[in-house]
Design a protein. Structure first.
Length: 183
């Protein structure tokens, strides 16, 4: 089963993450700067993601110490939702606007983003419970077993190539997670 990737859609021809909004006469410079994303490669964005994910583990471990893990996850999710909608509003294409972009979404996109959201929610419920019960230094590496799983799922479901370096890297990540979890 091949689900296709974003690379195969015409939407990928424009790169919203690298888009730089040009200020116009009605648009204050500060507003234009807020709409500007820093042009970086996918590797730089992925490294920043790793840094923020590491911060998330530490901050969540402290935050979940004296509260039910589901309540902690719900509070965090509320913050994520507000932040995500704020980013979407600020970074919406000035020529179209957020409402137009929402109306342009097709059913397939909505379906897969909904499934992704449900998977994220389930992941976070499990992650917060694991953090509540175990040390962050051991929970986080096990959580990162998602990396080799993504490599396998991308090969099986998206038709991405499974190269020897990717396979070796996945095996090393798995071995590292097991060693740290058993330490």
């Amino acid at each position: 089963m091949h689900l296709g990737t974003r690379e195969s859609t015409p939407l990928n021809r424009r790169s919203p993450a690298l888009r730089v909004a040009a200020p116009c006469a009605q648009q204050p410079a500060l507003w234009a700067a807020a709409r500007t994303m820093i042009p970086m490669s996918w590797i730089a964005w992925a490294l920043l993601s790793a840094v923020f994910a590491a911060a998330t583990a530490i901050l969540a471990k402290v935050g979940v110490a004296h509260v039910d893990s589901n309540l902690a996850m719900a509070l965090r999710t509320t913050v994520v939702v507000l932040f995500a909608w704020g980013m979407a509003l600020v970074l919406a294409r000035p020529e179209a606007g957020l409402a137009a972009e929402l109306r342009a979404l097709d059913r397939r996109t909505i379906f897969f983003l909904t499934l992704s959201g449900l998977a994220t929610g389930l992941s976070w419920i499990c992650y917060f419970r694991a953090l509540q019960l175990g040390p962050a230094s051991r929970v986080a590496p096990i959580d990162k077993l998602s990396v080799p799983l993504v490599i396998i799922f991308a090969w099986l479901l998206l038709g991405e190539k499974l190269t020897a370096p990717a396979l070796l890297g996945g095996l090393l990540i798995t071995a590292g997670a097991v060693v740290i979890a058993l330490a």
